[in-house]
Write a protein of this length. Sequence first.
Length: 187
Amino acid sequence: MNETIDLLKTRRSVAPHKLGGPEPTPEEIETLLTIAARVPDHGRLFPWRFIVIAGEARRRIGEAIGRAFQADNPSASAETLEFERNRLARAPLVIAVVSRAAPHVKIPDWEQVMSAGAACMSLVVAANAMGYATSWITEWYAFDRRVLEALGLAPGERIAGFVHIGQPMEAPLERPRPNLSDIVTRL
Ligand SMILES: Cc1cc2nc3c(=O)[nH]c(=O)nc-3n(C[C@H](O)[C@H](O)[C@H](O)COP(=O)(O)O)c2cc1C
């Protein structure tokens, strides 16, 4: 129990380019996905799904990111294009959390979206508990229809996060956190 509290009290993101191998094993990935799928979910709708982007697939999706970027920025330098193509290949493993929130007679869209956020956070906490570090990011390509199609997202599905997972190459510095007195109301 204290280990969990310590982890949550000290967890920090590590930038994708500072995440290296070894990557999680297939068994560890199975555990991560099982934990991510065990989040509060009003109405048992499973309003999320996961896309495991590992190995060569990281560059394959990266090509789609590069194509979309080049189409919108025809004068981009070769260096910039390579940066875009390499976006998902910086960390050894990326798990995309997809929100499948859809109109429902009883469960508001907002609650379904929050459940996808909870799946992201469970994934982050579980990976950190296994000794990995993570970065939960979206970036422009999470909102780009051409990239979403390359990922196989149906119309209406959205990226809640690309959770990058790997071994930290360096320890992250602490960053300021809010004062509880500024954000907590006690009634
Ligand atoms: C939904 C969501 C999307 C995010 N997208 C980005 C992003 O695109 N780029 C980025 O630098 N940080 C993004 N972040 C913030 C990082 O996940 C992280 O929280 C931040 O770098 C602060 O680090 P910390 O987790 O150590 O507090 C996002 C966070 C959330 C919740």
